[in-house]
Structures are given as structure tokens and as C-alpha cells.
Design a protein around this ligand. Structure first.
Ligand code: N01
Length: 546
């Protein structure tokens, strides 16, 4: 572990506060932030609702859950020693392996001594006079700190549908994002999966292996593409290890921090034969290449998008034996890549198995959950297990679950009533001394790369505050407005903005979230970082330090 940089500061006891900083959440961002705050010598408390570390990789322990980013591009890059020690067993590691990895990080840095588990934060209030935050937990206790850092994830507030009768179901039911720790046995069972996003697809292909009967309720098909996962033998892991500098440099340069980045050519710059060969190559490659490494106009040109969609539709037709089922699996209301592309391993082949049935729940909607199963508009099904793969109240959902009160008691919900705003996703004027690690309109993509950047940025700002004796930090309204103007501008002309998904702020299960908005930052990660770095380089222009 690197030497702790001690900086002159007032001891926390002298301030009358419980802590210098409170971090909400012990996922990847919370863990790394704790390490960095210790380097500043700040007395920090992390409140975590779960019983262990890992965040996304703690809660999403559903069958088949694994990375869609290459493992070695996803792990922490800040600790060279850890990079040397840790071996990823697969190109796309499974959830248990990732959870083990994050526990190793917690052990190595002895992080648990500053983390309070089973501690769900329900409210946080700013006190202008005391320049402090008071954080309230579900158990009624309250805790004060100068700084508040939210590390609450972008896809961490699971949403359930509201079918009548859900509470009466006599079998077992689970949401993928709140999966129990004890293993669930599907052998010989009749299982329903509702939802076919990235979580549903991973779940379906695993459950189909052992369930006696699996019925998939699909409302909207998604364009899925092969993951092409493989084991990493020790020698290959050694080679990867030797390339870590190069791998992370690449992630820093690409559009969304993946190893893949758009091809510099437009779709129709090349001949039909070349295009087909290129798409064939991408379809045969590991990971997100076919989505984020495709022709550069894939997500802006309708004709280009139709061409790639045609190619992928034909692949689905080749892989699914029953032509009627194949057509049900081909999206008709959006083009390839305009929603998040779930990566799959023999997903389409599941529908060739006699134990798997696909139900079009747009044509025959689910009417109610019965004590023994599901009733649709035209049939009654009996199940032992119902799996809700119905997604998350994305991006701001985790913020909406906490009652944040900023300056003059104004709530974050009121501030964001017309849509969430921020300065580079990390600060919101009216909420001094609060920093969001995966706030609205931060760069997402290969998320740990964004997490490391954001944690470092916040840490540098706090270091600057220590050096200058600053105890109050707030984004200016002008700087936030300018950033939001850029966010809106970046989304113009994107085909994904014409499609309903969590990426455009749609969540049919959550009241008031049925209108399309620019919910996420759609510009490139390098542009995002340049903007944030520029603020710092100009002595935190756009941030009031007092
Ligand atoms: O959620 P989703 P997810 N009745 O919102 C359906 C990340 N992730 O958990 O499309 C019937 O994509 C809904 O139908 P429709 C990744 O970023 C990463 O799968 O709204 N159906 C849809 O099919 C991903 O994008 C990884 O018509 C209902 C599904 O449920 C994000 O998390 C793995 C319904 C929800 O799909 C979210 O993925 C997994 C209702 N009332 C997830 N409500 C990896 O990196 C919802 N649906 C590996």
C-alpha cells in the first residue's frame, strides 16, 4: 500500500463532527474513495446497506451474472501490486469471482474497520451554519460529517412491476438485483423469467440448463450479441499482466473506456463485401466490439443502423430453428445498439430446447400473478419460481431513495423535478460539500475506469480544500448550466434518443418516469475527463470555495 500522505488539518474532534467524510455505499466507488480519503488523513465512515462489500457485485448474484467488459479492463488499475497478484480466470469473470476480488481489496487495505454494514441511509441534511451534513440511517441513528460522498451506483435501485396478485404467489420469487445468498435450485422446477434485458438474458441462458420448464415473458426483444467468453490459462494471464499499462492506456483513450472503440470508417465507405466481412469479424470477436467497435455512424445514421440490424437479424434467424420464434426475438421497434446490447452465450439456442418457451407479453400481456403462477390475456401458467429481471430505476433512482436536503432545506427531488442536473455528474449547486461518484451525466461505459477518474477528481478537490483551509465547496449555477448545455448538445442526432430505455430515462414501473430525457452523458469519456480536468486546472473555476 502506498504511503499515506499526511496533510495539515484540524483534527475531527476539534470540529465537533463525528467524521470528516461520510461515504454512502461500499461498492467499487465507495471502496476506492475510502482508500483515497485515508490518504488525505480524513476520518471517514462508509455506510453500506448490505452485509458485505461489492455493491453491484454484492446484490446481483443471480444465476449467470458476469462481466460484459473484459475482466482485465474492469479491475482496479491504481494498485500495481494487486495487478501482479490477481489472476482473472475468464475473459469475462462471473459474479462470484468479482465479489471475491472486491473482498480481497477490502482485506488488503483493511477497509472494513471504517465500513458500517446493514446501514441504509434514508436521509442527509445540509447545515449551512455548521457547514456539515447530518446523515440519518434506517435504524434512526444520525451521524455528522463535513463532506458527503455518494457512491450509490447508477443501476442500483431495482424496480418491480406492479402486477396484481404478486404478494399471493405461493412459490419463490426473486428480483435479479436482490438475489439471495443461498443458492436457488432450478432442477426439475417450472420457472418464469419476466424481462429480457442484460440481466434477463444472462439469467435465461443459465436457468435453461437445468429447469424442467422455463417460460420467458418478453415485452420488447433486445439485440443481443455473442460474448465469446473463454478461460484464461496462466500463461495468457501472464501476458495480460505484462500488458496492463497498455490496456489501461487504451481504456483511457477510447470513447467509453472499453477496449473497443468505433471504427473510423462510415458503414457505406466500404463495399458490400467488405462490410459483410467486417461485421462477420465483429460478430466473432469477444465482448462489445460489435456495439462500440462498429462503423462510426452506427448510432447516428438510420441507413447504417438498418444495415447492421439486418446483419444481426439474419444471425438470429440462423440460430433459432423455429422461424416464428426467431421473428419474435428480432427487435422491430429499435435498431441495433440503440439500447444497451446484452452479451450472450448460446442465448438464442435456448429457444431451440424443448424445455424453453417464449411468450410475447406485449401481444398477450401479463394480467396478474396468481397463487400458483402467471395469468396472461390468453393463458394460465403454473410456476415454482418467478424471476423478475425487470431492471432498475436507473441513474437517479438511488438518489431518489434518499431524502437529501440541501441549502435552505431544498430537497434534491425538488431540485431535479424537471430532470436531474449536475456539474460534470459530480456536484449539484444547492448541495455544498456533497460529491456524487456516479451521479447523473457522468461518463459511464466501462464503469470502473470512470469510478477511478471521479474518485481521483474528488480527492484532488478535497486535497486542495485542505491546503487552502476551505470548509465549504459548491458548484456554481453558471458552471452547472454550461455543463448541462454540453450534455444536451452531445445527445443531439443520436438514434438512441428516439428509443425507450433506462438510457433515455424511461422506467414504466416508476411513476413519473415515462418521458424521454437525456438521462446520461452521451459524449466521449475523454471529452468528459477533459471538461472535469479543465475545471481543476483553472483553480476550480465554476466551484465556489469558502
Ligand atoms: O434491466 P433492463 P436489466 N412487464 O431495464 C422488462 C446493466 N447490466 O437489469 O424492454 C413486463 O435492461 C423490460 O421490458 P421493456 C446494463 O447496463 C450489466 O436487464 O421495458 N416486462 C426489459 O425487458 C443493463 O442495461 C450487466 O419492454 C417488464 C426488462 O424487464 C442494465 O444493467 C448485466 C416490466 C428490463 O431490462 C439494466 O439491465 C446485467 C413489466 N412491468 C445488467 N418491467 C453486465 O455488465 C420491465 N420489464 C454483465
Amino acid at each position: 500500500m502506498s504511503a499515506v500522505a499526511q496533510v495539515d488539518r484540524q483534527p475531527v474532534a476539534a470540529t465537533g463532527l463525528d467524521y470528516d467524510a461520510i461515504v454512502i455505499g461500499a461498492g467499487m466507488s465507495g471502496l476506492y474513495q475510502l482508500i483515497k480519503l485515508r490518504e488525505l488523513g480524513l476520518k471517514t465512515r462508509v455506510f453500506e446497506a448490505g452485509t458485505g462489500v461489492g455493491g453491484t457485485w454484492y446484490w446481483n448474484r443471480y444465476p449467470g451474472c458476469r462481466f460484459d467488459s473484459e475482466s482485465y479492463s474492469y479491475g482496479f488499475s491504481f494498485d500495481k501490486e494487486l495487478l501482479k497478484e490477481w489472476s482473472w480466470s475468464e475473459h469475462f469473470a462471473s459474479q462470484p469471482e468479482t465479489e471475491r476480488y472486491l473482498n480481497l481489496v477490502a482485506d488488503k487495505y483493511d477497509l472494513r474497520r471504517d465500513i458500517q454494514f446493514r446501514a441504509r441511509v434514508v436521509a442527509a441534511c445540509w447545515d449551512e451554519q455548521g457547514r456539515r451534513w447530518t446523515v440519518e440511517l434506517e435504524d434512526g441513528s444520525s451521524h455528522t460529517a463535513r463532506f458527503l460522498i455518494t457512491a450509490i451506483g447508477a443501476l442500483s435501485a431495482p424496480t418491480m412491476p406492479n402486477f396484481p396478485g404478486m404478494a399471493d404467489f405461493k412459490g419463490q420469487s426473486f428480483h435479479t438485483g436482490m438475489w439471495p445468498k443461498q443458492p436457488v435450485d432450478f432442477a426439475g422446477k417450472c420457472v418464469a423469467v419476466i424481462g429480457t434485458g442484460a440481466s434477463g438474458v444472462q439469467t435465461i441462458q443459465e436457468v435453461a440448463k437445468t429447469a424442467a420448464k422455463l417460460v420467458v415473458f418478453q415485452r420488447t426483444p433486445n439485440w443481443c450479441a455473442p460474448l465469446h467468453n473463454a478461460k484464461i490459462p496462466p500463461q495468457e494471464m501472464d501476458e495480460i499482466r505484462a500488458r496492463y499499462d497498455e490496456i489501461f492506456k487504451r481504456c483511457e483513450e477510447t470513447f467509453s473506456c472499453f477496449l473497443h472503440t468505433p471504427d473510423p470508417r462510415n458503414t457505406f465507405d466500404v463495399s458490400a463485401e467488405e462490410r459483410e466481412a467486417f461485421l462477420e469479424k465483429l460478430y466473432g470477436e469477444r465482448g462489445f466490439g460489435i456495439w462500440v467497435g462498429n462503423f462510426k455512424d452506427l448510432l447516428t445514421s438510420r441507413a447504417a443502423n438498418e444495415e447492421v440490424s439486418r446483419f444481426v437479424a439474419n444471425k438470429i434467424r440462423q440460430r433459432v430453428k423455429d422461424p416464428k420464434v426467431a421473428e419474435m426475438l428480432i427487435p422491430k421497434n429499435h435498431g441495433f445498439g440503440t439500447r444497451r446490447v446484452p452479451l450472450e452465450t448460446k442465448y438464442y439456442e435456448c429457444y431451440n430446447q424443448p424445455n424453453v418457451t417464449l411468450v410475447d407479453s406485449k401481444a398477450t400481456p401479463i394480467e396478474r400473478i396468481t397463487p400458483s403462477g402467471i395469468r396472461t390475456s390468453d393463458a394460465e401458467y403454473e410456476f415454482d419460481i418467478i424471476i423478475y429481471a425487470t431492471g432498475f430505476d436507473a441513474l437517479r433512482g438511488a438518489f431518489d431513495r434518499i431524502d437529501f436536503h440541501g441549502k435552505d432545506g431544498v430537497t434534491l427531488k425538488e431540485t431535479w423535478k424537471d430532470g436531474a442536473t449536475s456539474l460534470v455528474g459530480m456536484m449539484q449547486d444547492g448541495f455544498p460539500n456533497m460529491f456524487m461518484l456516479l451521479g447523473p451525466h457522468t461518463a459511464l461505459g466501462n464503469i470502473p475506469r470512470s469510478i477511478e477518474f471521479n474518485v481521483d477528481w474528488v480527492t484532488d478537490l478535497l486535497r486542495h480544500a485542505q491546503r487552502t483551509g476551505t470548509t465549504r465547496i459548491e458548484a456554481t449555477e453558471e458552471a452547472r448550466a454550461k455543463w448541462m448545455e454540453h450534455v444536451m448538445e452531445a445527445a443531439k442526432g443520436l438514434l438512441s434518443m428516439e428509443v425507450d430505455s433506462w438510457m433515455t430515462g424511461i422506467n414504466i414501473n416508476v411513476a413519473g418516469k415515462q418521458t424521454r430525457i437525456v438521462a446520461r452523458y452521451t459524449g466521449s469519456a475523454p471529452t468528459y475527463r477533459a471538461w472535469a480536468n479543465d475545471i481543476a486546472a483553472r483553480g476550480y473555476e465554476g466551484v465556489t470555495l469558502g
